[in-house]
Design a protein around this ligand. Sequence first.
Ligand SMILES: [Zn+2]
Length: 131
Amino acid sequence: MHEMSVALSVVDQVERAARPGGAHGVRRVVVEIGELAGVVPDALAFCFELACAGTLLEGAELATRFLPGRASCAPCGRTWDTGMPPDMLCAVCRGGAGELLSGRELRITEVHWSASPTTPDPTPVPQPEES
Ligand SMILES: [Zn+2]
């Protein structure tokens, strides 16, 4: 399933971003999905839950933001919603091939980290030197 590989890659990227910041957990991840990206938001949410199990992201909520496909025509300057499957032909020029402006997006736009329950002392306890 395509959504599963996307979910695993989202989890992987968030975990990698979490390490340097010393995050304790993730509350929420926001992903932008273009209409033409070929990802079904519901299926992605389902796979995301599975992909999060046993990771830093366990219990995190996935929010998806839908971006419609948009195309423009260079000769006449018209822009339109492409729909799905995408309609790339300009209705004014009749057959003029449009250029895709947006709709292929698939990216993490926000990660909300969990606040750490306690603030651990970052200073290591000095060990008595043996002589
Ligand atoms: Zn046109």
